[in-house]
Design a protein around this ligand. Structure first.
Ligand SMILES: [Zn+2]
Length: 77
């Protein structure tokens, strides 16, 4: 997913920092609600760090889903 340069959360964060965000810096939404651009919901992360952060969450979500499917399947036997 590409960050659009006009993204509001980036503009707000740049204004607060008083500088432009680097190419490798992204603004993460802490509660994952991208429509919530309040200051508390925004944090600057390194791009690689951010990707790892979300991959980790995705992996956990898949495990939970697989486990619940497995449990449902088990009930049939
Ligand atoms: Zn994020």
């Amino acid at each position: 997913m590409r960050d659009r340069p006009t993204d509001e959360h980036r503009r707000l964060t740049e204004a607060e920092l008083g500088r432009k965000l680097q190419r490798n810096e992204i603004v993460d939404h802490v509660n994952e609600d991208k429509s919530d651009n309040s200051k508390a919901n925004r944090r600057v992360m390194q791009r690689g760090e951010h990707t790892a952060h979300h991959n980790r969450r995705r992996t956990t979500g898949q495990l939970v889903k697989a486990l619940s499917m497995y449990k449902r399947g088990e009930k049939r036997y």
